[in-house]
Design a protein around this ligand. Sequence first.
Ligand code: ATP
Length: 356
Amino acid sequence: MRRGENLIEIDGSFGEGGGQILRTSLALSLVTDQAFRIRNIRAARKKPGLLRQHLTAVNAAAEIGQAKVEGASLASCELTFRPCSVAASSYHFAVGSAGSATLVLQTILPALIVASGPSTVVLEGGTHNPHAPPFDFLQKAFLPELNQMGPMIAATLERPGFYPAGGGKFTLTIKPVPQLSPIQVLERGEIQCCRATAIVAGLPRQIAERELKVVREKLAWSDDALHVEVFPNGPGNVLMLEIQSEHITEIFTGFGELGVRAETVAQGAIAAAQAYLEAGVPVGNLLADQLILPFALAGGGSFKTVPLSWHAQTNIEVVKEFLDIDVHVASENERVCIVEVSQRAGKHLSSGTCRW
Ligand code: ATP
């Protein structure tokens, strides 16, 4: 990756080579008012280029930032994005498939939390998709960390949407701040509450009950902590394990799949929760890659987590293309590392005049 005169050049095949490179670039292009061109979009994926979810993210970012865009079409592997200025407003974006609406939000939220006024965003599409943050994770794990940095963001689920039918809907209200404040997330504190929620949408309740039975057996959570939620739309099934500690809440998820036993779905989520509990860190593997961007925008702060995923490491490199920050990753031992973000001198976030 290299900086051109007015255009940051991003190689979408870099590192993990997935959609995160595009989403992070769009988000930071809006915040920093820097145009970019990305080539080889999602080159490491089976179906490279823009899928509907990514295209919705591009179009949403373009609307919010009044941007000029070239290459915004399905399957496109190259895109040029020139933002003008971010407008706080009421927005409504629909993925138009079961593509993840939470990943669309991941793209536009950074700009709206430092915009000049409050916004409301309604998103439609998938809300509980494999390989994307489920709505509950967004609401209970990610947004509270962001709110610690200054903005006030509230999320409400109207209805869940699962792959392949989609049809989910949620709303965010956002009160921004001019600049995010750095935070330290180094301790988890005592565990205060554990809660398992198994959702079945258009599927037998028994699936959820079988999942929760495994949670009761393996994690020894009491019946009071086990909840079934039934929705008419679907089909879809998800098991979410919420661990609310003194300083942070984390959520670990298993997604029901055709041909996969409910017990196996539960085992996957339980293994992730157990690994988190054993590591003793506040921030889990997936929250870690999502916190890198807001920490970078805050220009400082640190968090303790498990060893960083390839996804997170790639995200750090993309963030550095737009912001003059340093990210120092120090291993405490083979299971724990500390990510520390600091500002390099001489770089200021800008907003304002169009350059095209
Ligand atoms: P694509 O190239 O298809 O767009 P990607 O490579 O960008 O995909 P992933 O690596 O699968 O996508 O991750 C997307 C984002 O979703 C990451 O920020 C990851 O932390 C988050 N994520 C994935 N699964 C979960 C989950 N179960 N809970 C919370 N966050 C999740």
